[in-house]
Design a protein around this ligand. Structure first.
Ligand code: UDP
Ligand code: MG
Length: 322
């Protein structure tokens, strides 16, 4: 039997945490009782520098159940890095991991199917949302445009899959080799290349608390995702530049022709608009190039992606002992 670790990133999840811990421990006890996973499997709650009582609740859950472990990060590092902190802490303590959001919008009932797929040979099993009926129109629209734009920009990612996935220990080890600071897991995981499978489920509404991904964060997430994986925006800027140059040549020919035929161009407005337009284009182009230069700067500094403050575990041997 395989030892499972369920990794749950939590940022200000006080309203949902108790319920989540109860549901997950019930599910895990059931999986253990039916010998789907080994009895020393566990759930790891990663507290991503929450400002509310999330860590206190995690400590309580840890004290109350042998199935619960806790990891406290020293500061808020974002969803993706919190996941990574959790995965790197458990990689040596288990055979297989499942990551899921703390709000349980993703159906925990399909974990069993994920484990079946893993037993059948898949190293990575993606949880894919079948429908988004409970999301607002706005969330659905922005989320789906996000996947479409990503595909258009040539970023390989699984449609309608968020960070609900099973990964074998070897897939996690491989993932940790990707040492970039600017982490977009959904783009990196498909690059690993081990056998994959998908399980489908209906996404539920958040039971309590609010989404930590408002529009502004979603846009920056999309922008980060694209610029971390694709240099197409720079190519597009260059294409636009070439197109504009071509138009300028046409305009120049037209002006010359009208000079010889006697119609002089008196259009002040058209000159002004073209100057503004070209100025704007240049600023956009410089901005995009700057974005990539900035990324390079962040990567070369090689700062740690997270700092662990405390690791509560029922294991006799922890990561640091090995
Ligand atoms: N999260 C985190 N750090 C952050 C923001 C979010 O660990 O800085 C966690 C959050 O607690 C949740 C998951 O990431 O478990 C997804 O966040 P949320 O449910 O708010 O996003 P949505 O489902 O609305 O996209
Ligand atoms: Mg959510």
């Amino acid at each position: 039997m395989k030892k499972l670790a369920i990794v749950v990133p939590c940022y200000n999840e006080e309203p949902v945490l108790e319920d989540t811990a109860r549901q997950l421990t019930d599910l895990l006890s059931d999986l253990i009782a039916r010998e789907k996973v080994s009895p020393d499997s566990f759930i790891l709650f990663v507290n991503d520098g929450s400002t509310d009582g999330t860590w206190r609740l995690i400590e309580q859950a840890y004290a109350g159940s042998r199935l619960v472990c806790g990891l406290n990060l020293a500061a808020n590092v974002g969803h993706q890095n919190a996941l990574l902190a959790g995965l790197s802490s458990v990689q040596l303590l288990c055979d297989v991991t499942i990551t899921i959001d703390a709000d349980l919008q993703d159906d925990i009932a399909v974990m069993e199917e994920m484990i079946d797929q893993f037993e059948a040979g898949a190293d990575i099993v993606y949880g894919v949302r079948k429908e988004r009926k409970t999301d607002t129109f706005f969330k659905r629209f922005t989320a789906q445009s996000f996947y479409k734009v990503m595909a258009l920009m040539g970023v390989k990612s699984v449609y309608n899959h968020a960070d609900y996935r099973l990964m074998s220990a070897r897939a996690v080890r491989q993932l940790l080799q990707y040492s970039e600071r600017n982490l977009f897991l959904r783009g990196i995981v498909p690059l690993i290349g081990y056998p994959t499978a998908k399980v489908y489920y209906a996404r539920k509404a958040r039971t309590a608390g609010e989404s930590k991904y408002p529009l502004k964060k979603m846009l920056s997430f999309a922008f980060e995702g694209i610029t971390s994986f694709s240099i197409k925006p720079i190519t597009m800027v260059m294409m636009a530049g070439i197109a504009i140059l071509f138009c300028t040549v046409l305009a120049f020919i037209y002006i010359l022709a009208s000079y010889f035929t006697g119609h002089t161009v008196s259009g002040w407005a058209s000159i002004m608009t073209s100057i503004w337009f070209l100025g704007g284009m240049q600023l956009v182009a410089i901005g995009i190039v700057g974005e990539y230069v900035g990324k390079t700067y962040l990567e070369v500094k090689r700062r740690p992606r997270f700092n662990i403050e405390r690791f509560l575990t029922h294991e006799e041997k922890t990561d640091s002992d090995r």
